[in-house]
Ligand binder design. Structure first.
Ligand code: NIG
Ligand code: FE
Length: 406
């Protein structure tokens, strides 16, 4: 069925950003159309332009009046860990008393604590917890969500987590929400195994084969950091993923510059994420690749660390996305728009860079090339906000202007 939106105060199309592949963006690359109209069918955008230019045949169709509203490409949160049980508020309190995140992990807290809570929860409890979190993300206008497994760390329960994400994907498809299922069993090393390689060989690799063959997962990820997974573990996992035709992603260079960004480009990763400590060589490798650099402003902020040098990535022509990293430990924040607001002054990003980072470039971080901009032929996925200009959305930081009506 055709839908016609008319008199939209501002339509943020990102047409120019899309032509530039989301790189080297200037403020004008927002490609905003004032008093705009959009025509789409149930799945694709058919026409977009100034309302004055709308063709007569579309004017005859009953339309939705968006006076006083802004329409943007639907928001994409391309990095979350939202299938977990319990919380880690006590560790947050410890951190505020000066205890470091890595020290907490070394003494059995951190990911391994959430693992113990998650293993105890039933499949339906975990489904319901994640479903509620997804509904909160949706309340900010997010319509594509990447979800990582990784809080069970044994064969049977990790399998269950990936299946739960698959069930969520089917459930939310009916609501026009796209869930992307990333397998992150290589998230930490449970104490049952003597080292990362033993865990990788016994659990991660065989389970990846099983899930890939059953077409449950969309990508694989690994926590490539000191005391977690080594470069040789990562290469082994990525080579195996390639034989199964599964794209790869990586948690890279968060605690040290251990060359995770370079590794990402070598294996054609969809994205390299975190990147707080990436050196010039890593930035250059990303700039010359298709791999998206996903920066997670909430995590550096919440852990009190030095943030990623976003300008160095942006000025080198890297394709940058922003995501929430919503998880129980390092970033317990589900509000992508708030994080986008903070990225302006923190990362010194202009509005075209910010908006591409949470729509177009975030879609590319999931291998999706048909969304993230308002262009005929692209997916008809929009977010509508209760304000008159694009700037107002992130200017009102911490306030949710997403329109619940449309
Ligand atoms: O991306 N670092 C790995 N994973 C998460 C943290 C998970 C946790 O602390 O529970 C991250 O920051
Ligand atoms: Fe993460």
């Amino acid at each position: 069925m055709l839908k016609v939106y008319r008199h939209i105060s501002e339509a943020l199309t990102l047409q120019s950003a899309e032509k530039k592949d989301g790189r080297n963006l200037l403020a004008d690359d927002l490609s905003i159309i004032k008093n705009a109209a959009i025509v789409c069918d149930d799945s694709k955008i058919i026409w977009v332009g100034p309302d004055d230019n709308l063709e007569e045949k579309y004017k005859r169709i009953p339309s939705i009046n968006l006076t006083g509203k802004v329409i943007t490409p639907a928001l994409v949160d391309s990095h979350t860990h939202i299938v977990f049980a319990g919380n880690r508020a006590n560790e947050y309190a410890d951190r505020l008393n000066g205890v470091d995140y890595q020290l907490i992990a070394n003494r059995g807290g951190g990911i391994l604590f959430t693992m113990s809570q998650t293993r105890k929860a039933t499949r339906s409890e975990l489904f319901d917890l994640a479903k509620k979190r997804i509904e909160t993300l949706m309340s900010y206008g997010v319509k594509t969500i990447e979800i990582k497994s990784g809080y069970a760390l044994n064969y049977d329960k990790e399998k269950e987590l990936s299946e739960i994400i698959f069930d969520l994907k089917n459930y939310f498809k009916k609501l026009n929400i796209l869930i992307f299922n990333t397998f992150l069993a290589a998230h930490a090393i449970p104490t049952e195994y003597k080292n990362s390689e033993a865990y990788l060989d016994s659990v991660v690799l065989p389970l990846l084969t099983d899930l890939a063959k059953r077409k449950i997962i969309d990508a694989v990820d690994i926590f490539h950091e000191q005391k977690y997974f080594t470069t040789s573990d990562t290469e082994k996992l990525f080579k195996h993923a390639h034989t199964l035709n599964i794209p790869v992603k990586i948690h890279a260079d968060e605690f040290n510059d251990n060359k995770g960004a370079i590794l990402a480009t070598k294996y054609n990763a969809l994205s390299a994420d975190h990147l707080l400590c990436t050196g010039k060589d890593g930035i250059l490798a990303l700039a010359n690749s298709k791999t998206v650099a996903t920066l997670l402003p909430g995590t550096g902020f919440f852990l009190g660390k030095n943030q990623a040098n976003a300008r160095a990535f942006l000025d080198s022509g890297v394709k940058v996305a922003l995501a929430s990293d919503f998880n129980p430990g390092s970033c317990h924040c589900d509000n992508l728009l708030l994080l986008a607001s903070i990225s302006g002054p923190q990362y010194k990003m202009n509005l075209a860079e910010i908006w591409s980072a949470i729509t177009l470039n975030a879609s590319h971080a999931l291998g999706l090339k048909n969304q993230g901009a308002i262009i005929p032929g692209f997916d008809a996925k929009f977010s509508i906000f209760d304000c008159e200009t694009v700037s107002e959305i992130t200017y009102n930081w911490g306030k949710n202007l997403y329109s619940k009506v449309f």
